[in-house]
Design a protein around this ligand. Structure first.
Ligand code: G3P
Length: 217
């Protein structure tokens, strides 16, 4: 499973990228707001660091303006992936940009039918939101599983990008199901390393090494 990081925080992106943990980045208007920076400048800065796809989201909801914004975002760098909402206008923009060779990530997906439509419109990525479904007591992972089954039934190439990931356990479950990509906040990626037995085992080794007076270099 590929790892994307869901943030516009350039320092966090750089840190994970240096460790080879990153296959791409996703942003959205809320993350841009949180960063306090301009979307065009931020997207360019991220694309300068990361080789893989960097999703930058349009803000217009009408077709003409959305297409204009999508085309503009695509000029920032060759690895920009234009993110559009799962609306008819978004799918129309998706079809045009995909036909022109721009990668498109269709976001705000909450049903398998929506994922089928996005694939038909030529989406490179479909972003089902796990956490927001879980918030409503609907199992977000079931949606990932349904889309996986449907896409595999027809050999659909659109990549399933599990989004709205809130916990390290979501990462494991998405990988078990076979999501192509998971995008998570930096904290969740960091949390994946945690295990109490690793920590207690290390504490014991450090204590014993001290008592034994072990010196290596
Ligand atoms: O990738 C989509 C993500 O940014 C939304 O996450 O936690 O706001 O539902 P969340």
């Amino acid at each position: 499973m590929k790892f994307f990081v869901d943030t516009a925080d350039i320092d966090a992106i750089r840190e994970l990228n240096d460790l080879n943990m990153l296959d791409g980045v996703t942003t959205n208007p809320s993350l841009i707001l949180k960063s306090g920076r301009d979307i065009l400048e931020t997207t360019k800065a991220i694309c300068d660091v990361v080789e893989g796809p960097v999703s930058a989201e349009v803000v217009a909801i009408d077709f003409d303006q959305m297409l204009k914004e999508g085309k503009h975002l695509a000029t920032i760098a060759p690895n920009v992936c234009v993110k559009v909402p799962l609306t008819w206008e978004g799918l129309r923009v998706c079809k045009i940009l995909s036909d022109e060779g721009t990668k498109v990530n269709v976001t705000l997906c909450f049903s398998a039918n929506q994922a089928l439509l996005a694939a038909k419109a030529g989406a490179s990525f479909i972003s089902p939101f796990i956490g927001r479904l879980d918030d409503m007591n609907i199992d977000g992972m079931e949606l990932i599983q349904d889309i996986r089954t449907i896409y595999d039934n027809y050999d659909i190439k659109t990549e399933i990008l599990a989004a709205s990931i809130r916990t390290a356990n979501h990462m494991k479950e998405a990988a078990l199901i076979g999501a192509d990509v998971a995008t998570a906040p930096p904290k969740v990626i960091h949390d994946m390393i945690k295990h109490p037995l690793t920590q207690s085992g290390l504490d014991q080794f450090v204590k014993d090494a001290g008592e034994a007076g072990i010196k290596i270099a």
